[in-house]
Ligand binder design. Sequence first.
Ligand code: GLY
Length: 332
Amino acid sequence: MTEPPGRERYGRVPFSGGYTTHSRPRRLVLPIALAVHGGAWNLPDDEVDAHVTGVAAALTLGWDRLRAGASALDVVEEVVRALESDPTFNAGRGSHLNAEGNLQMDASIMEGGKLRAGAVAAISGVRHPVSVARRVLEDGRHVLLVGEGALRFARASGAELCRPTALLVGRELERFRAIRRGRRSLVDQEFRAMDTVGAVALDRRGRTAAATSSGGTQDKAPGRVGDSPIPGAGGYADDRLGAASCTGWGEGILRVVLAKSAVDALAERPAEAAARKAMASLRRVEGQGGVILVDRAGRVGASFNTPRMARGLATQEAGLAVGVERGRLKRA
Ligand code: GLY
């Protein structure tokens, strides 16, 4: 197995049973790690359970797949697909409506070996935007497709299509109607940052990947694109350092290129400290949101400046943990 450059910096990896017990050849077992988010915002009390349950289910699914030897790229896609299927979250089914009452979704996926990336923006009529992004990545000709062109590509590449309204849930229709009746607080206070979903992973072969998916901001202008489909802003992966996925108010995240800033911060510090350092840059633009990270040593980190962030973290040392509050997470 060829080691990606930089791996040796950490030497023997810190988890129990660093070497397998098999007789020859003795092989170093590399760490795996996974982090998942279901949005950073002022998540109300009555939505906490659904967010924790959804994130825990996605985390468990991804962890089982990573342990079974799946690639980081496959795992982040599968985790984000699960979150897109869960109407709790603002991604796929459950996405916010834009100001004209339409769903326009954004998603990206990136792998940290050759820095291949695929993304779609302002797309509707597909069940899993992240899987269309994956097809863009595999196709390799482009990185980002938008709107009608993205839908045409989805159709031609055999992605799962649906009626746009198939992803609309009653909660979002009610919010849209409330905003039209003048409840602007739903836009500028309650949902200034929101529950975009994302996942980052480190697999057994030292490969990293990031995936992010969002219905965008509540009541956004038609054609508005957030951070989620922009490599470097909503997500980034580089096997030399680690991977990041962001959530929150996209306009701020775009301007500080938050995911790339977070991954770059890993050059000097572990995941948790790098997440905090990256989040400090959001202050300059009065941004709101959060970031999750994995690093090459199998550590995970999360940081946010909103009242709550739904997240799940899994490492070999600490096991699986989920939560929405600041501080310690609960075992999943
Ligand atoms: N973070 C998602 C968005 O602003 O669209």
